[in-house]
Design a protein. Sequence first.
Length: 96
Amino acid sequence: MKPASTYSEISEGALLLHQQIVGLAKENPEIQSLYKGCQLLFSPLLERPKILLIGYNPGGGYFNWHGEIMEEFTQSALFPFLINMNTNHETRKKYK
């Protein structure tokens, strides 16, 4: 199996898993009470990077700040501003 090489391929795979989770949540009140949304934040795709960090954040994030479930599977134009803590860019300040 060839590794995913585009954001759309990665998003499609994540969306399929997300649909399964949402389906289970509809049948299980405990899962439904814990579900706070799903959001992918993409950095640039680099082939064979020197360092690769993979992780997830099981926190409520967007839900805790805004009180609504966020479901986003496309690359955000805001991502560079959200992760660069050394900048004073107005967009980053607004969404931080």
